[in-house]
Design a protein around this ligand. Structure first.
Ligand code: ARG
Length: 463
């Protein structure tokens, strides 16, 4: 036991102060100081509303609102002394407010509780992150569009199972990621629209007997409306979970793309060259240029999805309404948000700086019998064979080419005819990779004309 006196914010019924271990497990100020500006914005809106409703004197409200700006400037300047004894950002700010403005400060907490206060602060913080993610995703999409435009008709191998499948275009591959990050963008926007309800005024859990105006504080803080049920308002952390869910999917997309960049930048592939600005060297091997940013982005999904799982487990089984368990929400979300923003910015920089190696892409596009499907399709279209038979005949020609150590277009007409007597010279026209990609004109397909249409649609969408 320490011999500290009881807490000055809530210690009326306590004779003794908390044990040091109690203080250590209870205090959140070490991390929730990041909510300072949201806390002060919420308090300023609350004070103005209390005065407008005649619940406190206008003069008190003005003194409180001014004093809160002084406290904010102290925090921003780094001169504010945070105290673990005061537990969290809410009580640190209010205690300092009292030192700055005197007795009026005691009227600020009328008709509210830390429960609606923390829900409001945290929502405002998460909302800012949704907006930041929105901007970062849009920047990344623009960087991908620029890459797609440069190489809309550059051929490269398309893979399934990481085995050569069919030739595709560089632009098509870039646009696949535009679609993924576009869905991430829309998830962030959906989450923002759903979460934008104000918990302020829900008070501890049951609402308040004071004639407050929740519309007024909601509007002042940029919320669309007040949350409709006070019990739900103080115990809801869906908004944080939705952010973490959207962030996890986005981080998973970043991880997949990062993995491709790691593979593509290797000496064996050489599909892309990453800039010096987004690569690192080795302290022992002078020739090395490592894709560290891509590797770290590939890994970030671990902690981001980890945060999502952690908060789900915190919330699981919690009865209504607020429980202190919920204080465990913040560090997870802070860490996930910081790392998502960093990963998005690093990917944006890498994509902007990277160069696709057209010649290397084209050379790889033709290897691995990538136009075998085109040959099978020709047998169906021109000779009228059932696709299954065409597949089998093409398979035997692939085996023959493999045995000879050549590609499909290098086989002679006689060799082709050994697999099916009716094959003509015309077959060679479909075995080139350019022809192959140009022929895939179906909506969303890899033909350069389709890719350019995708690019145009996205440019129009982004404006
Ligand atoms: N620091 C607390 C949290 O982050 C603030 C709310 C505390 N409410 C309470 N009834 N003890 O959850």
């Amino acid at each position: 036991m320490t011999n500290k006196t009881s807490n000055k914010m809530w210690g009326g019924r306590f004779a003794a102060g908390p044990d040091a271990i109690m203080e250590a497990i209870n205090a959140s100020i070490g991390f929730d100081k990041r909510l300072a500006s949201q806390d002060i914005a919420g308090s300023r809106a609350h004070a103005a509303m209390l005065a407008a409703q005649g619940i406190i004197e206008t003069n008190d409200a003005e003194v409180i609102r001014e004093g809160l700006l002084t406290v904010l400037s102290e925090i921003e300047a780094g001169s504010f002394e945070f105290s673990a004894a005061l537990e969290d950002i809410h009580m640190n700010v209010e205690a300092r407010l009292k030192e700055v403005v005197g007795e009026s400060a005691g009227r600020l907490h009328t008709a509210r509780s830390r429960n609606d206060q923390v829900a409001t602060d945290f929502k405002l913080w998460v909302r800012d992150q949704l907006d930041a993610a929105d901007g970062a995703l849009e920047a990344l999409i623009r960087a991908l569009l620029a890459q797609a435009e440069v190489g809309a008709d550059w051929v490269m191998p398309g893979f399934t199972h990481l085995q050569t499948a069919q030739p595709v275009t560089w632009g098509h591959h870039m646009m696949a990621y535009v679609e993924m990050f576009g869905r991430d963008l829309s998830r962030m926007r959906d989450a923002r629209a759903r979460m934008n309800e104000s918990p302020l005024g829900a008070a501890a859990l049951a609402g308040t007997s004071f004639p407050i105006d929740r519309e007024m504080t909601a509007q002042a803080l940029g919320f669309g409306r007040p949350a409709a049920n006070s019990l739900d308002a103080v115990s809801d952390r869906d908004f944080a979970l939705e952010f973490l869910g959207a962030a996890s999917i986005c981080a998973m997309h970043l991880s997949r793309f990062a993995e491709e960049l790691v593979i593509w930048s290797s000496a064996q592939f050489r599909f892309v060259t990453l800039s010096d600005r987004f690569s690192t060297g080795s302290s022992i091997m002078p020739q090395k240029k490592n894709p560290d940013a891509a590797e770290l982005i590939r890994a970030k999904v671990g902690r981001i999805f980890g945060a999502n799982v952690a908060l789900m487990m915190v919330m699981k089984g919690l009865p209504l309404a607020y429980s202190k368990d919920m204080q465990e929400d913040k560090e997870q979300v802070f860490d996930a948000a910081d790392n998502l923003m960093l990963a998005l910015a690093a990917m944006d920089g890498m994509v902007r700086d990277m160069t696709a190696n057209r010649t290397q892409l084209a050379a790889a596009a033709g290897s691995g019998f990538s136009t075998a499907t085109d040959l099978a399709d020709w047998l169906v279209r021109v000779l009228g064979l059932p696709f299954r038979d065409a597949h089998h005949i093409t398979g035997s020609l692939v085996a023959l080419a493999e045995k000879k150590g050549c590609d499909l277009p290098d086989l002679t007409l006689e060799e082709m005819q050994s697999a099916h007597a009716d094959i003509t010279d015309d077959v060679f026209s479909v075995l080139g990779v350019e022809n192959s990609v140009n022929s895939r004109m179906s909506y969303g397909g890899t033909a350069p004309a389709q890719v350019r249409a995708q690019i145009a649609r996205w440019k129009e969408k982004l404006g």
